[in-house]
Design a protein around this ligand. Structure first.
Ligand code: GRF
Length: 202
């Protein structure tokens, strides 16, 4: 199964997908292209280092957001991508893009959704004072972090945590959970009933 990984930043989740799926011949998963909206995203370097094609698609190079989405869509379709994996991609898609790829776009978020949606999940988690947080992988719908949840993992929040220490614990879970979910998807184990996601055999 050909996937695309979209990333705006460091790409540690991309690295986990490269190590655990792309480099595992038995996974049946190939990262066909890595797309970023930022030229300097370290995720691009990670992809280039292992020979995965990369593309930069910047909002400022298009007249509007629909055109930006179309630019990305053309790349995805050109590479025959079957699953779009968002990994720290800091742009929201317009509804037409979501409709076109319904149930074929997944994202990862550093909280137990629906708690702490949005771009500041980790500081919001600390500010609220919850004792347990975690990671969610979900199908992207028209909202922000609102789509059907595929899998979650919890992490404890300690009294002396700061953003760095909590994020470190969250990343450990992300790097296990995201490759696992992509593997399930490739194996045809994921079924969506209304907004409930069922994973066969789990
Ligand atoms: C992850 O923490 C993920 O939950 C969020 O963005 C971050 C990306 O990190 N959506 P990285 O670029 O994969 O290191």
């Amino acid at each position: 199964m050909k996937i695309a990984v979209l990333a705006s930043g460091s790409g540690t989740n991309l690295q986990a997908l490269i190590d655990q799926l792309h480099h595992d011949e038995n996974s049946g998963v190939e990262i066909a292209v890595v797309i970023s909206d930022r030229r300097k995203a370290y995720a691009l370097t990670r992809a280039e280092e292992v020979g995965i094609p990369t593309r930069v698609v910047r909002v400022r190079d298009f007249p509007d957001r629909d055109a930006f989405d179309t630019g990305i869509s053309e790349i995805l379709d050109g590479y025959g991508v079957e699953l779009i994996v968002l990994a720290g991609f800091m742009k929201l898609f317009q509804p037409a893009f979501v409709r076109k790829y319904r149930n074929r776009i997944i994202n990862i978020h550093p909280s137990l959704l629906p708690a702490f949606q949005g771009a500041h999940a980790v500081p919001d988690t600390l500010a609220y004072g919850v004792k347990v947080s975690g990671v969610s992988v979900f199908f992207v719908d028209e909202g922000m972090d609102t789509g059907p949840i595929i899998a979650q993992a919890s992490v404890p929040v300690f009294d002396d945590d700061n953003e760095k220490s909590l994020l470190k614990r969250i990343h450990i879970e992300e790097h296990k959970l995201y490759p696992q979910v992509v593997r399930w998807y490739a194996e045809g184990k994921i079924e969506i009933v209304d907004r409930k996601v069922l994973v066969k055999g789990s």
